[in-house]
Design a protein around this ligand. Structure first.
Ligand SMILES: Nc1nc2c(ncn2[C@@H]2O[C@H](COP(=O)(O)OP(=O)(O)OP(=O)(O)O)[C@@H](O)[C@H]2O)c(=O)[nH]1
Ligand SMILES: [Mg+2]
Length: 447
């Protein structure tokens, strides 16, 4: 229900200095007024100190700072109150419990933001950006989320929608005045507009691979023969001893994953079992796992010791690879002078030489566009966006095809209508409950 009063803890549960409790919905001021002595909602957006009491027992639960908001000037667009109470398990739990006992309902994950969307305070792309901002672990994720929150992507998709609407308007002449010989609009003009639209949609679709990678972290797999220093490099890039390192070839038997940030971009870094033919069952399975990760990788860090030239098996691997490879010439501290950089990046896990080079190369490969741009252009960050844009592209293509084979203008125009709908779906101009359910399923309670 949109109108009932929801309440939730907006901060993590546990020992902390402060905790924030949010209450929203028509009547929320009255509900909070029953637990805060002398509660005042006016003037709104003003921080006040109040004594929180249990509504039945009347004993004091806390002293809290609260801020009241009047609809529509709040996050949700409804009357709302935010209470900063003392943290920990007891105090905020009791206050929330009191609010729930006198008529508020525990909010579902993302329900405050969902209400914000339903009250037109933000569109669906902005709501997703808020989820992304909360989940961000790397600076580039924050930049992209804030750009999306500032409606960067909404404007870009809105502009595409306007382009389709103009095309619709253009061909509506043809539909309205079909008897005019060549029609008032030259066909070449329509073709030009269609081509321009396809280019614009294609350009935005071109950002999807990096955008989705930005949300999930690019998969960077460290591979190479046994004992080439993969685990040492993995640990050095992470800055902690995550994987076991020994001088025994075949130490790593299983893939190990850890999150890492390279030049501000998020990576899922994988250390793998060294690639070789082995008779050991466990090691053989480990090598199979390595191959599986390599097949899914966005970039590979391939390790070959600096003291020797790559062998035939290694050259074959490099020649066969279909994803970008960063060639790391490991244990570079053991050779003087180190090999020329044309033969890979000299790296030493012991001294730290070359680690920044490896990070630069990974960021440049996995986030080619974004690291080149410096600033963040709007990017498609979710499968949901990509699928809708693909639908729009296909409908525009179907429109072009329908005109080419001389189909009736009204029939051809239905494809443009469908393209408009697809674009509107992305922004969330018209949203159904199941779309909202899916978008907000991954949100935290209180957001
Ligand atoms: N001097 C020097 N020794 C290194 C360096 N990196 C790794 N080593 C040594 O090389 C040996 C193998 O290192 P690991 O990191 O376990 O190599 P690996 O490629 O993970 O080996 P497997 O898991 O067996 O495939 C260990 O004795 C490390 O101490 C380095 O940068 N400099
Ligand atoms: Mg290892």
């Amino acid at each position: 229900m949109l109108s009932d009063i929801i309440a939730a803890l907006a901060t993590p549960v546990g020992r902390s200095a402060l905790a924030v409790i949010r209450v929203s919905g028509h009547g929320s001021h009255d509900v909070v007024g029953r637990v805060v002595r002398g509660f005042r909602a006016d003037p709104p957006r003003t921080a006040r100190l109040g004594t929180v009491v249990h509504p039945d027992r009347n004993d004091v639960l806390d002293h809290a700072v609260y801020v009241a908001y009047h609809a529509p000037d709040s996050y949700t667009g409804e009357d709302a109150v935010e209470l900063s109470v003392h943290g920990g398990l007891l105090v905020c739990g009791e206050i929330l419990g009191a609010l729930l006992a006198i008529g508020a309902r525990q909010a579902a994950p993302g329900e405050f933001t969902r209400r914000a969307v339903q009250h037109g305070k933000m569109d669906l792309l902005q709501a997703e950006a808020i989820g992304d901002l909360v989940d961000a672990t790397a600076p580039a994720q924050r930049r992209a989320a804030l750009a999306q929150l500032d409606r960067g992507l909404s404007h870009r998709i809105g502009a595409l929608r306007d382009q389709v609407l103009e095309l619709e308007a253009l061909i509506s002449y043809d539909i309205d005045f079909p008897e005019e010989d060549s029609g008032p609009v030259p066909p070449a003009r329509v073709e030009e507009e269609v081509a321009a639209l396809e280019v614009s949609i294609g350009a935005l679709l071109g950002t999807a691979a990096e955008g989705e990678r930005l949300r999930e972290g690019a998969l960077a797999v460290i591979a190479g023969r046994p004992n080439t220093g993969k685990s040492s490099l993995f640990n050095a890039l992470l800055g902690r001893e995550r994987a076991i390192v020994t001088e025994i070839p075949g130490t790593t038997r299983d893939a190990i994953e850890a999150a890492a940030t390279c030049n501000g971009f998020p990576f899922r870094l994988i250390d793998t079992a060294g690639l070789r033919q082995s008779t050991d069952v466990v090691e053989r399975i480990g090598v199979e796992v390595s191959h599986r990760y390599l097949a899914a990788a966005d970039a590979i860090v391939f390790c070959v010791e600096a003291c020797r030239a790559p062998g035939a098996d290694e050259q074959a691997f490099l020649a066969r690879a279909t994803v970008p490879i960063v060639l790391a010439r490991t244990k570079a501290d053991l050779v003087t002078p180190p090999p020329p950089s044309s033969e890979g990046i000299p790296v030493s896990a012991t001294s730290g030489t070359g680690l920044d080079h490896v990070r630069d190369a990974l960021a440049a490969h996995a986030f080619h566009r974004m690291s080149a741009q410096g600033s963040i252009e709007p990017v498609l960050t979710r499968e949901r966006h990509r699928l809708a844009l693909e639908r729009a592209r296909d409908e525009v293509g179907a429109f072009r095809e329908a005109r080419r084979v001389g189909l009736d203008g009204v029939v051809a125009a239905t494809h443009l209508r469908a393209a408009v709908t697809a674009l509107e779906d992305v922004i969330g101009l018209v949203t159904t409950d199941d779309v909202l359910d899916r978008v907000f399923a991954t949100f935290c309670v209180g957001k």
